[in-house]
Design a protein around this ligand. Structure first.
Ligand SMILES: C[S@@+](CC[C@H](N)C(=O)[O-])C[C@H]1O[C@@H](n2cnc3c(N)ncnc32)[C@H](O)[C@@H]1O
Length: 389
């Protein structure tokens, strides 16, 4: 392995490792790996900085100190927007690839519980930094990484080579895994999924682990760690870890106003006292997303005369919608409109009640069982389960 660090970058890397180790000792193997694979060596010259939700391009040559500060902050660095087709208007930029926040990367690596000789498949190569850390730990021959974007895969392969690593970098759809080098002891995804692909279970050895960030149309949150059984099933729990960009091949977003709501829909009108913001926030939202797996929401400011904002809700099959209005006064009663085959706000109120009745559980009390028949969500034990729609 070659090490192309200048003193400034070495000091920045030490500072970052210090931050990551604060309150949680990072294993010496990962400190060695990070020292041999400095994060900045994997970042492109052109990165994107998040300024309160809008992205600004930053060129290494134009501002080397800002670029290095981004490389060595414990924050994600966006390395591609809009699947590589940069928009003329920067306010339309959304991240499609990034180097994840280092503390998250190391938490995930530690959750893999790796031992020498294990074979790992990483889904979502991105910059190649995670696969370099894995290669340092397990040896190039034991690491395969797959990236859907050809340009990113080629760039990562080159950055890995320059840094002295040579894991197998494949360009393809990670939802299919990579059967050529299966079976694996571990599959780790660095993009989130709404469904665990069966190929991942088939390509993992019995007793092996699948670790993936989770996404639900209602909320993108949670890290799922599944253990694969002898019978091609996988069972495991969530932890309350950060949110990741969704796997490209599982994107199926609903545009509420374009795809679902029509002017001639006659909605049923009622009132609610359940604060709307509480159902889209944190633990309550995670629980609601697990109880009703197929609903979406979006906010609209000033949708009509006398309405300050509106929470729109829709079913994934586009058959039903609901809207909950705030008239701008005290937040105690809200007007509800519901249309279609389902009464979506009523379903949400029932799910919220269920969450309270069960002691307001957070992600770590939820689990998932995946078989060829489908996904079963559960609370506390697989005995308390329901199908994830
Ligand atoms: C958060 S980034 C990965 C960060 C990466 N592990 C690193 O160390 O830089 C997520 C990556 O997943 C990739 N991705 C999205 N959908 C994918 C798919 N279906 N198959 C493989 N990669 C995918 C994205 O292109 C993106 O590069």
């Amino acid at each position: 392995m070659t090490n192309h660090q200048l003193p400034l970058e070495q000091a920045a890397m030490r500072g970052l490792l210090q931050t990551v180790s604060d309150g949680h000792d990072l294993a010496p193997e990962w400190i060695k790996a990070a020292t041999a694979a400095p994060r900045h060596s994997f970042l492109p010259d052109h990165i994107w900085i998040d300024l309160d939700g809008t992205y600004r391009a930053l060129e290494r040559r134009a501002d080397i100190s800002a670029w290095l500060a981004a490389a060595y902050a414990d924050e994600p660095v966006v390395t591609q927007v809009n699947d590589g087709v940069e928009p003329g208007d920067p306010s339309k930029a959304w991240p499609s690839s990034s180097s994840s926040a280092p503390s998250v990367v190391f938490r995930m690596l530690e959750a893999l519980d790796l031992r020498p000789g294990m074979r790992v498949l990483e889904i979502g190569t991105g910059t190649g930094w995670t696969s370099a850390l894995l290669s340092h730990r397990l040896g190039d021959a034991n690491v395969t990484t797959i990236e859907v974007d050809r340009g990113l895969a080629d760039r990562a392969r080159a950055a890995l080579g320059t840094a002295g690593f040579a894991p197998e970098v494949v360009c393809g759809d990670g939802a299919l895994g990579w059967g050529v080098r299966a079976p694996y002891d571990r599959i780790v995804s660095t993009c989130s999924v709404r469904r665990v692909p069966l190929a991942w279970i088939e390509q993992t050895k019995p007793g092996g682990v699948i670790l993936t960030p989770w996404d639900n149309p209602w909320i993108c949150w949670g890290l799922l760690r599944l253990t694969v059984g002898d019978d091609e099933t996988a069972v495991g729990r969530f932890s309350a870890d950060s949110s990741f960009m969704l796997m490209r091949t599982q994107r199926d977003d609903v545009d509420l106003l374009r795809d679902v709501v029509r002017d001639d829909h006659e909605a049923e009108v009622s009132e609610t006292v359940l604060p709307r913001r509480s159902v889209v926030h944190a633990e309550a939202a995670f629980a609601i997303g697990h109880r009703i797996g197929d609903i979406w929401h979006a906010w609209q400011d000033n949708p009509a005369e006398g309405v300050a904002d509106r929470l729109w809700i829709a079913s994934a099959d586009r058959s039903s919608w609901a809207a909950v209005d705030h008239d701008g006064g005290d937040e105690d009663v809200f007007t509800v409109r519901q249309y279609g085959l389902r009464r979506l706000w009523d379903e949400i109120e029932a799910a919220h009640q269920w969450w309270i009745a069960n002691g307001r559980p957070g992600p770590d009390r939820f689990g998932l069982t995946v078989t060829s028949e489908g996904h079963q969500a559960w609370l506390d034990t697989p005995a308390h389960s329901w199908p994830l729609n």
